[in-house]
Write a protein that binds this ligand. Structure first.
Ligand SMILES: *[C@@H]1O[C@H](CO)[C@@H](O)[C@H](O)[C@H]1NC(C)=O
Ligand SMILES: *[C@@H]1O[C@H](CO)[C@@H](O)[C@H](O)[C@H]1NC(C)=O
Ligand SMILES: *[C@@H]1O[C@H](CO)[C@@H](O)[C@H](O)[C@H]1NC(C)=O
Ligand SMILES: *[C@@H]1O[C@H](CO)[C@@H](O)[C@H](O)[C@H]1NC(C)=O
Ligand SMILES: *[C@@H]1O[C@H](CO)[C@@H](O)[C@H](O)[C@H]1NC(C)=O
Ligand SMILES: *[C@@H]1O[C@H](CO)[C@@H](O)[C@H](O)[C@H]1NC(C)=O
Length: 668
């Protein structure tokens, strides 16, 4: 029965389609002050006697669409021909006893047909799990979204968004307009029941899509709400339908609509617009006779059969994520977007605890376990290498060490990757080291942090199944737990990062001042270049100063200078006020210098560093005037000194220098 109805329905759509060709004239512009005589294709929507277009009908709780009957001709090979201008007046009237609607979407789509699948009822009736987000959808949407007012606690204001081929906005803003009178933004409640006006304008040459909102009765604000750079030549096809869609809940009305491809769409004549039904007005809505009543009924039936899926999908919209078959094996590490969204209070700005090269970091609490987490949002636009990317993340998630920040899992959305870490209550070391907090870290705490980080790095280099390079060791990437234990964060990400941007080339990742000179030359990271960064890090923690600061002598040179004067301890952080174990300070400073030696062959391995820190090996007695230390300033002598100095370290370990040029993870 359902199948029969559906084919019947398609027949009708099909004949409407053929009919449209017969009538097509100048389809590039129209203006409707009320829809009494409008050329529309309606699905679930209907036109009142007074010309008011109603997209949804509360009592039926269905989804309504209304299209301009004829396709609009674009010429995708000429950017100018992609320009269009449209404006319309709409109203969303909530009904008591209902949740409220999900808003109205203006859209441009290659067809007016539903796919007829379970997800046909989703916002546009065109996205489902398999085609969501695909460029072959060719759909552009400007949505007036009120979804937060429904089943989710009011998290955001109403907003206006632009969506391309999917239901995830490429750009959005809280609904507001710029008041030219008061020279400031004023917010607008979309679902107030009052008519509002919206302008959508695209300039094909500037490739700029402007969306402007305002109450009716005031002229178009001089500043748009959204001005989004977007190239529609990849999105539009030569023949596209324009229309509206709305789903469930409120009564969604369109009062008038003007569209123009050849110039600016004329303004609607507010006086001629149909009035909205008065609250409690139950007058019968008669269906416009030009549209067979049966289409409405059948469309409603088709839509109703899919309503379960529809409501589900619309609710899911906010939490949409990408999940592919190959991710199945990562089940335990895969977080749902919904849980992360809830954990972080909807990624509220107030929950941001850090911003880095990779993206913003949010604090959150997982709803079920009350576990405190930090969620890092990384934008990731390349499809290439994504599988390896995720495989590496999962692999990194298997690293377990008390001096590494635990990566618990990930979640994937379109263009975005979210990484879930344990939350570190004391934040990053650099914030404390250079923060205004007094007293600053004492010597005992600093030594423990240095030792902890060394321990974590040793694990990455030598104690796990594979060698993992950190590639960006610095105080900003060392996080402190509640007991001020130092934990290395962001390990392996540097590598992932350059794969994400371009898998063919290796970008130099790291931070100036912590980058080994040979890495700058060759671009090849090694365990030894990590040791270099660790050396710079050690000196920084002991001296309370960054490796390089504008207008100041480099930290390494300052330490050597003090050493040569016979007072190496003077290089220590003055904020320690002389309270530290002198032997330890001396060791940290000298070890730091040797680790950040310009010649990689002279640097010790992390295992040796650990042995010196723990007193299991005696740090060799070097004189500051030895040509080894001299080599810091006269790098051309480095090769001469290499042989003698590396012998100093040979006694304590048989470790040979690693020249692995990338992290090897997950069996690649
Ligand atoms: C909803 O649609 C049905 C069927 O078209 C109609 O009978 C009913 O009056 C409408 N209700 C409202 C509130 O518009
Ligand atoms: C589309 O634009 C191109 C480039 O301006 C032009 O050569 C072509 O004739 C146009 N096609 C149509 C159907 O107007
Ligand atoms: C998704 O929609 C497309 C086009 O609308 C359709 O061809 C495809 O079969 C649908 N896939 C699923 C899984 O429903
Ligand atoms: C008004 O809102 C727009 C869009 O959200 C924003 O770019 C602009 O800075 C705001 N202007 C003022 C004066 O607040
Ligand atoms: C869009 O808005 C910008 C200002 O934000 C303006 O410069 C531009 O001309 C506008 N474009 C259109 C097509 O209205
Ligand atoms: C479309 O733009 C042209 C050129 O500016 C103008 O003459 C015409 O009146 C406009 N039509 C509508 C319906 O806005």
């Amino acid at each position: 029965m359902a199948a029969a109805l559906r084919s019947f329905y398609f027949c009708i759509v099909f004949s409407a389609y053929c009919f449209s060709f017969a009538l097509a004239e100048d389809d590039s512009q129209f203006i409707y002050n009320g829809f009494a005589k409008a050329e529309l294709q309606l699905f679930g929507a209907f036109v009142h006697d007074n010309g008011l277009l109603q997209l949804t009908n509360t009592s039926m709780q269905y989804i309504g669409h209304a299209f301009y009957r004829f396709p609009i001709k674009f010429n995708t090979s000429s950017s100018q021909s992609l320009s269009f201008s449209t404006n319309f007046v709409f109203a969303m009237v909530p009904r008591s006893g209902y949740y409220g609607g999900h808003g109205i979407a203006f859209f441009i789509s290659p067809s007016t047909k539903f796919s007829g699948t379970v997800t046909a009822g989703s916002y546009l009736g065109r996205f489902n799990i398999s085609n969501h987000g695909l460029p072959t959808n060719h759909i552009l949407v400007a949505e007036l979204d009120t979804v937060e007012h429904t089943e989710f606690q009011d998290i955001d204001e109403d907003h206006v968004g632009i969506d391309v081929n999917s239901q995830i906005s490429v750009d959005s803003a809280p609904s507001a307009y710029f008041s030219d009178e008061d020279k400031k933004n004023k917010s607008l409640a979309l679902e107030s029941g009052n008519p509002l006006k919206m302008w959508i304008e695209y300039n094909g040459e500037e490739k700029l899509l402007n969306v402007t909102l305002a109450p009716i009765g005031i002229p178009k604000p001089s500043r748009p709400l959204l001005a989004t750079s977007i190239d529609l030549s990849q999105i539009l096809l030569d023949s596209m339908y324009v229309g509206f869609s709305a789903a469930t809940g409120s009564d969604h009305y369109i009062l008038g609509w003007s569209f123009n491809k050849t110039g600016q769409a004329q303004n609607l004549n507010i006086k001629d617009l149909p009035s909205l039904p008065k609250p409690g007005d139950n007058t019968k809505h008669s269906v416009k006779p030009s549209l067979p009543f049966i289409v409405l009924i059948v469309a409603a039936v088709v839509v109703l059969t899919t309503i379960g899926g529809a409501v589900y999908v619309v609710r899911k919209k906010k939490y949409e994520e990408i999940y592919e078959d190959w991710e199945r094996e990562y089940g335990p590490q895969r977080f749902s977007y919904k849980s992360l969204y809830k954990a972080t209070g909807g990624f509220k700005d107030t929950e941001i605890i850090g911003k880095g090269g990779f993206g913003k970091v949010y604090k959150g609490v997982l709803p079920n376990s009350n576990l405190q987490i930090a969620v890092k949002r990384i934008s990731h636009d390349s499809k290439q290498g994504l599988k390896e990317f995720v495989a590496e993340i999962v692999s990194i998630g298997r690293l377990r060490h008390r001096n590494l920040v635990q990566l618990r899992g990930y979640c994937r959305r379109k263009g975005e990757l979210l990484l879930v870490y344990d939350y570190m209550p004391n934040g990053s070391l650099d914030k404390i080291l250079y923060g205004s907090m007094r007293p600053n870290l004492n010597w005992f705490q600093r030594i423990r942090i240095v030792r902890g980080v060394a321990c974590g790095l040793l694990y990455l280099h030598e104690e796990w199944e594979q060698v993992v390079l950190h590639r960006d060791i610095k105080p900003a990437n060392v996080l402190l737990d509640a007991d001020l234990n130092g934990k290395l964060g962001d390990f392996g990400l540097a590598r992932l990062y350059d794969r994400g941007s371009n898998p063919q080339t290796t970008n130099l990742v790291g931070t100036i001042g912590y980058l080994a000179p040979e890495l700058l030359k060759t671009g090849k990271a090694t365990t030894s270049s990590d040791v270099f960064s660790f050396g710079a890090f050690m000196l920084e923690v002991a001296c309370g100063r960054r490796p390089m600061e504008p207008g100041e002598i480099d930290l390494v040179d300052r330490v050597i200078e003090c050493w040569k004067k016979g007072s190496i301890l003077d290089a220590g952080d003055p904020r320690l006020e002389g309270i530290f174990a002198e032997e330890q300070m001396e060791l940290i400073l000298k070890l730091g210098l040797v680790c950040s030696h310009p010649n990689p062959a002279i640097r010790p391995s992390m295992r040796q560093v650990m042995q010196y820190l723990d007193g299991d090996a005696k740090f060799p007695d070097i004189s500051p005037d030895s040509n080894v230390i001299g080599a810091f300033t006269e790098t051309n002598e480095a090769s001469n000194t290499m042989a003698t100095f590396s012998s100093l370290f040979e006694s304590s370990s048989s470790h040979t220098m690693s020249t692995i040029d990338s992290i090897i993870i997950s069996g690649r």
